[in-house]
Design a protein around this ligand. Sequence first.
Ligand SMILES: [Ca+2]
Length: 376
Amino acid sequence: MRQTRRTFLASSASILSAAALPAARPQAGRASNILLCISDDQSWLHTGAGGDPVVRTPGFDRVASEGVLFTQAFCDEPTCGPSRSALLTGQPFCFWLGSYDPHRPYTAGSGQESGKDPAKVDVPPHVPDHPIVRDDILDYYVEVERFDGTVEAALALLEQAGELENTLVVVTSDHGMPFPRAKASLYDYGSRVPLAVRWGDAIPGGGVEPDRDAAFIAMERHDGCRRRGKGYPCRAIRTESHLYIRNFEPTRWPSGSPNAKDCARGIPYGEIDSSPTKTLMMESRDEPGIDHLAELSFGTRSAHELYDLRSDPGQLNNLASDSSAWPVLEQLRDRLMDHLAATGDPRALGLPAPWDYYPYYGRRVNEDWEVDAPPG
Ligand SMILES: [Ca+2]
């Protein structure tokens, strides 16, 4: 069975009330609690259990070592509200521990002040290896660690209350890190999230769940950053070996218009949150070494994108124009479109999509910026 994080959680929740599975119920006769801890903008690699050499996350690591670490977890949509809405659909829960960390803004220099070494940062391949970027990532780590401290405190409270063994604990994020070509994109740094689950004796500790058939990910928009409120509709299928993305409106700007006047918040490329890394890449986008990465983050994209993750884990080399890759592309495209049609996605069915006409409730700098009225 194909499992997204949502269907895993739904099945877990149904197990909670399934009398047919008494052996999977810790402390028989008592209803189990659920604690769902969700960070705000954290990519899958950035935990101790995930292998990051710098960031320290003893809370997440404890849940992983005493439960199961999922290494192929993806959000349904790599922006804040839609991801959380998808997670909540059909979910009973007792306590939703939602953090603002590691959402921007960060305290500049807090990473180095906390004693972290910028030389040890694993710089993702889609951003420049530059001192500004290394410091920006360290400042992000400080907020990842602050969230993790909240998780640790919640575990300790449950333990003191004698409820920890009777609680299904889930630690995850809504989507990936707030950097160019990450948050609000369908690439791994935008959609792949940390996920660890602990549930007393019902789940043996120390497990790792690496199996994943495929994840389906969707994106319409993160912010109002194109003329007249238009989004950038795109859908993806991510298998173990490939990422295929279908961009339905490739003439639009994927990261938002370069013209600040087209953005409600009054910033260029408004899908990408303002940051030292974004500013560096915009100001240095003609420099060799940065130009190619800036184009990947800010430029337009073709209707089809295909990445071979075995040779290109950073998803930088689009194979869609390489005829030798077309059999794989066509297979993934068909599977994605079948899934979208089966789930009633208007982008796949050629039906009018309401999202391009939704009113805008975010922060507005441009008072005369407006959204098109729905047709008819
Ligand atoms: Ca978020």
